[in-house]
Design a protein around this ligand. Sequence first.
Ligand SMILES: Nc1nc2c(ncn2[C@@H]2O[C@H](COP(=O)(O)OP(=O)(O)OP(=O)(O)O)[C@@H](O)[C@H]2O)c(=O)[nH]1
Ligand SMILES: [Mg+2]
Ligand SMILES: [Zn+2]
Length: 292
Amino acid sequence: MLRSAGGLYAVDLGEQIIDCTVRGRLKLGDARVTAGDRVIVEILPQGNGRIDRLLPRTTRLSRRAAAGGREQVIVANADQLAAVFAAAQPAPDLRLLDRFLVLGELGGLAPFIVLNKLDLAADGDLGDALAPYLRAGYEILLTSARRGDGVLELGRRLRDHATVFAGPSGVGKSSLLNRLLPDEELRVREVSQKRGRGKHTTVRSSFYRLPSGGYVADTPGLQQLVPWGVLPDELAGAFPEFRGALQGCRFNDCRHVAEPDCAIRQLVRSGVASEGRYGSYVALLEETGEDS
Ligand SMILES: Nc1nc2c(ncn2[C@@H]2O[C@H](COP(=O)(O)OP(=O)(O)OP(=O)(O)O)[C@@H](O)[C@H]2O)c(=O)[nH]1
Ligand SMILES: [Mg+2]
Ligand SMILES: [Zn+2]
């Protein structure tokens, strides 16, 4: 299922995309049909269809829903996550970037970083902020949806993958996708509207078929990103630069906060892992601990 609007669900059958209705019980709760879901469709005589069943998800980008502490699946079955940020307007929020990367890692999506609005960046002013991400092994693509920088390279990075574009509101996710999807016209915030912090122009997650092969999902800008259902000892593994050290702590159940002989804190002290990334880990650990 690619995307839904007005009670109709667009399903990609390969040769064509058809509009489907959906059985009532697939509209609510855990079994709700989500963008990216593989579905069983009954073709109706009029040529449209009805979604009868959901197939198991291979990956899920999900967070803890604001109310009720349940899982909210943002998209299903994607294999990579483009964490899109802006060089300016809005200024990059690295704590939030870390959250997108962690949700991608935990959900089984391979994350990479897209730094958009390159046209608004002053030379060299982001190098220090981004160095920890390069050291952690993340690829960073520099783009400008306005000028077109990096768009071809981004397109190549997406080919034959199912990629979610995730990031705060107003960073240019839809603008980048408009460059890559000649047949679509995704809604983009009007230039005349107030600058800086975004206003949630995109309202629901939607997959599109790329002309060169593969799929991309546009998502609404997200601020509240608390992982759902993650155990504290899985969280550290969502930071690639911590992984090699995880066996090195004195205690097997080390939470890497106050324990003696902690290999992760040693990484931070020696400058191999950054204070900022470690700070994000601690903040997430506290929030996920509230689950249990
Ligand atoms: N200067 C500059 N402006 C850009 C660039 N990309 C997007 N914008 C502008 O930034 C604003 C927000 O762009 P959108 O594409 O709507 O951002 P979004 O990330 O999809 O936002 P939500 O849908 O709210 O999550 C628009 O006014 C765009 O024209 C860029 O590379 N450079
Ligand atoms: Mg958008
Ligand atoms: Zn430790």
